[in-house]
Design a protein around this ligand. Structure first.
Ligand SMILES: Nc1ncnc2c1ncn2[C@@H]1O[C@H](COP(=O)(O)OP(=O)(O)OP(=O)(O)O)[C@@H](O)[C@H]1O
Length: 263
């Protein structure tokens, strides 16, 4: 059974609520925004998979559906064979998500935040693993520092640690290196690459295409909520004939000739 399965996923965000005047004049409600349009793909266990696309392509929406934060309007999504709606608990346990936005509780230290996150998964005595994760992310000396005293890059490291507290087999990273210095980027990628080598499945979204080219074995490109390219990184580059992934990305997004480049 694949690590991630998406079958004909569509997501339509409702149009803004109608004003009282619109209700009274009974003008028709504007149709919603189609953020995802019939997306189907599978990611096998152990893959390092890239989900790429321009701003607004639907990447975060797709991740939110997998994490149970948004409901698909139609279609089915599964994590390790567990349906994200009907088997939410198991699907969520199988998944660690590093969100795009830095969200944290300013009243807790790093260790307290990670203990709290462990508690959400019913893990009481998790400090050995927490210490290991902190060490791997260069956060050992920050364990007892208050979250609000950390720099942006350090907070981002804690978000990665939070996603790992329950040792999920599948890890989703939504633009984890946005606004992060070179040093952290290297530390982060070394750690993520090691997790992948140890068998974790990784799904990554990023706008740094050289990162995706170096790390991802297979790539899906989204445009306007649709999958417009899906193949191994090497095959995509070869078919489109670009000099690098950034070049291939620009060609696929802007040139109709290359739309639908799928394996
Ligand atoms: N909660 C929401 N309500 C209404 N529209 C939304 C909501 N979330 C996202 N959208 C819209 O859905 C579309 C897809 O957004 P999404 O955030 O999934 O794109 P993205 O590929 O992650 O973009 P980015 O690269 O900028 O993070 C956009 O047009 C966005 O404005």
């Amino acid at each position: 059974m694949p690590a991630l399965t998406l079958e004909n996923i569509s997501k339509i965000y409702p149009a803004r609520p109608r004003s009282m005047m619109q209700w009274l004049s009974s003008s028709p409600q504007a149709s919603g925004l189609r953020a995802l349009d019939n997306v189907s793909l599978t990611v096998e266990h152990g893959e390092f998979f890239g989900l790429l696309g321009p701003n607004g392509a639907g990447k975060t929406t797709l991740i939110s559906i997998l994490a149970g934060l948004a409901r698909a309007s139609s279609g089915t999504a599964k994590v390790c064979g567990h349906d994200v709606v009907t088997d939410f608990k198991q699907s969520r346990r199988s998944l660690g998500v590093v969100p795009q936005e830095i969200v944290y509780d300013p009243f807790f230290t790093v260790r307290e935040s990670l203990r709290l996150q462990s508690g959400y998964f019913g893990l009481r005595h998790n400090d050995d693993w927490i210490d290991e994760v902190l060490g791997n992310l260069g956060l050992s000396d920050k364990a007892d520092v208050n979250m609000r005293a950390l720099s942006g890059g350090m907070k981002r490291r804690v978000l990665v640690a939070q996603a790992l507290v329950h040792r999920p087999p599948v890890i989703i990273l939504d633009e984890p290196t946005a606004g992060v210095d070179v040093d952290l980027r290297r530390t982060l990628w070394e750690f993520i690459a090691r997790l992948n080598k140890e068998g974790h499945t990784i799904l990554l979204t990023t706008h740094y295409l050289e990162e995706a080219e170096a790390l991802c074995g297979r790539i899906a490109m989204l445009k306007g909520g649709r999958v417009v390219a899906l193949d191994t990184t090497a095959a995509l580059l070869a078919r489109v004939g670009g000099t690098d992934l950034e070049d291939a990305f620009v060609r696929i997004m802007n040139d109709d000739e290359f739309l639908g480049v799928t394996a």
